[in-house]
Write a new protein. Sequence first.
Length: 118
Amino acid sequence: QVQLVESGGGLVQAGGSLRLSCAASGRTVSTYAMAWFRQAPGKEREFVGRISWSGGNINYADSVKGRFTISRDNAKNTVYLQMNSLKPEDTAVYYCAAGGAGVNYAYWGQGTQVTVSS
């Protein structure tokens, strides 16, 4: 089993930055692709980005491309989401996920709230 815990969320003004972390425990996730999703109130969960197990293949949703960066440190069993130039529409609960593809992942964190004020 893998447990994922997100941290780093909070309240930030538009144009600001936040860095989210997703720490895995229970077993290594170094061989898993990892992804970030988000869910705004009243909306469906939305794909944000995905990083391959090696970090060599990363893709992003068009809505965050050029502003968000995913990275990982397999030695620390941790994945990061650097969010720059934040917009109010980025407000959501952000989730990390491991071991899957598309929208189907075996493991999910509990989420961390990100609120961007205008």
